[in-house]
Design a protein around this ligand. Structure first.
Ligand SMILES: *[C@@H]1O[C@H](CO)[C@@H](O)[C@H](O)[C@H]1NC(C)=O
Length: 218
């Protein structure tokens, strides 16, 4: 995490829209510990089955989504070079067979693009690390100005995890697979009748990421 004084300096330098409280470190691992880091709620809380979530045809392009999220990533202390390398890493990891926008959505949900995000501990005792906060993934807590190889390792690791979830849900290039897989990524299991049933993790996880696809930025 950035130091308080640095954070204050960053916040002072940001436009008001970006300056609101500490970002939501995705709280699946330690809901209690993270309660103070209040999640910023997306405009809507979408619930129910996958059909209730925005279809791919309504999403913006990857370039639009990345451009819209750059300042938010920068506000974490990641450098512009880090951010450029995240873009390269996403395009690389997408060759595993995952839409670039989904990878970016998970990154924004889990770490806001902070390449130096802390490593957290999941309820089963495993460490979840890096930009996509995944088990067994590399992490570089407190560091910025990373190499392309370091950033790519975090994004590849998380994308491999998500790809397995996608396969578990039919591996379709459609919300039918993408949204349940996001719930599995967060919770480890899925209530198909309600993808906002957090099953002990973050209820709004899929809903928040879905709204990132259609332009919401926090
Ligand atoms: C889905 O679960 C959430 C979280 O528990 C709840 O608020 C919502 O009402 C549920 N929606 C449906 C359609 O069951």
């Amino acid at each position: 995490m950035v130091s308080t004084s640095l954070l204050t300096a960053i916040i002072a330098a940001l436009p008001l829209a970006l300056a609101s409280p500490i970002r939501d470190m995705e709280a699946r691992d330690e809901p209690g510990a993270n309660a103070a880091l209040a999640a910023r709620a997306a405009p809507r809380f979408i619930t129910g089955p996958w059909q209730n979530f925005p279809a791919i045809s309504t999403w913006g392009t990857f370039d639009q989504m990345f451009e819209a999220n750059k300042n938010s990533m920068r506000s974490t202390g990641s450098t512009w070079d880090d951010i450029g390398r995240i873009n390269v890493a996403i395009r690389d990891a997408a060759t595993l067979g995952v839409d670039e926008r989904v990878i970016l959505g998970i990154i924004m949900q889990e770490s806001h693009g902070d390449v130096g995000v802390r490593t957290t501990t999941s309820p089963d005792g495993g460490a979840t690390a890096g930009l996509m906060q995944c088990t067994g993934c590399p992490g570089f807590p407190g560091r910025h100005g990373l190499s392309q190889a370091e950033i790519t390792s975090m994004v590849r690791g998380g994308t491999q995890h998500y790809k397995q979830n996608l396969v578990n849900w039919g591996n379709k290039w459609s919300g039918e697979s993408i949204y349940p897989a996001l719930r599995e990524y967060n919770s480890g299991s899925v209530n198909v009748n309600n993808l906002s049933d957090g099953r002990g993790a973050t209820p709004s996880y899929v809903s928040d990421i879905a709204q990132r696809f259609t332009g919401w930025v926090d």
